[in-house]
Design a protein around this ligand. Structure first.
Ligand SMILES: Nc1ncnc2c1ncn2[C@@H]1O[C@H](COP(=O)(O)OP(=O)(O)O)[C@@H](O)[C@H]1O
Ligand SMILES: [Mg+2]
Length: 237
């Protein structure tokens, strides 16, 4: 049984359809990328999975349970955790307070100490900067807090939306390395949405390509790196 199974999912905003008949699977322990151009529907797919937009058709099964119509907080409670695009921190709260905000579920409260240790091990800078206001951090540091807040929720699956967006190349590398470490060291399953296709395929087992709200290609990261259409459209080679 797949950890996540999405079958024939459609969703949108009001009258406007954005996702059309999307099916995908994620196995426990995998790193799976979703790639595609701006506006393809990648963020909308993550929002549907985390209960932020309501599917109009199809089902999302997580850990054997149909979660298609569950409220967002109950989806987090089950361990499916979304690290949204643009970080979404509380800029007038400290780093530590932002991390605390991730720990609202019962699970997360029980594991608070261990999760905080994990965050500090992954990003030692956040231990040094605990009392700093989040709004005064650099972009890369803010992304670390956003990821750290996700870890504080005791995730089984972390879904990242464009974690490297807007960061300098050296910081991008750090973020991809951190995502990989979360998978390898904690066994967390990863769904990674990125426009940096080369770096995301490099840390992924498999990937799905979205165009205009549909899955058009799926394969192992190795297969996609060799695919002529992917090379031309997404890798620029
Ligand atoms: N809040 C919204 N209201 C209406 N349309 C939206 C909203 N968010 C995204 N869309 C539309 O949904 C489509 C897919 O967007 P999105 O999921 O953000 O794509 P991606 O993350 O791949 O760039 C786009 O046409 C976008 O304009
Ligand atoms: Mg997006």
């Amino acid at each position: 049984m797949s950890l996540i199974a999405i079958e024939n999912l459609s969703a949108g905003y009001g009258e406007i359809g954005v996702l059309f008949d999307v099916s995908m699977r994620v196995e426990a322990g995998e790193v799976v990328s979703i790639i595609g151009a701006n506006g393809a529907g990648k963020s909308s797919l993550l929002k549907a999975m985390s209960g932020l937009i309501r599917p109009t058709a199809g089902t999302i099964t997580f850990n054997g349970e149909n979660i298609t119509q569950l409220p967002a907080d109950e989806i987090v409670e089950r361990g499916l955790v979304h690290v949204p695009e643009g970080r979404r921190l509380f800029s007038l709260m400290t780093v530590y307070e932002n991390l605390e905000m991730g720990a609202f579920s019962k699970h997360a409260q029980k594991d608070f100490k261990k999760n905080l240790e994990d965050v500090h091990k992954l990003f030692p800078r956040l231990a040094e900067r605990g009392k700093q206001l989040a709004g005064t951090l650099s972009g890369g540091e803010q992304q670390m807090v956003a990821i750290g807040r996700g870890i504080m929720s005791s995730p089984k699956v972390m879904m990242f939306d464009e974690p490297s967006l807007g960061l300098a190349p050296v910081l991008k590398k750090d973020i991809f390395a951190a995502v990989k470490r979360i998978a390898v060291e904690y066994g967390t399953t990863i769904v990674l949405v990125e426009q940096d296709v080369m770096n995301s395929l490099a840390i992924s087992d498999r990937a799905y390509v979205m165009e205009q709200g549909q899955i058009v290609i799926e394969g192992t990261a190795q297969e996609l790196l060799k695919d002529p259409h992917i090379k031309e459209a997404y890798l620029g080679v």
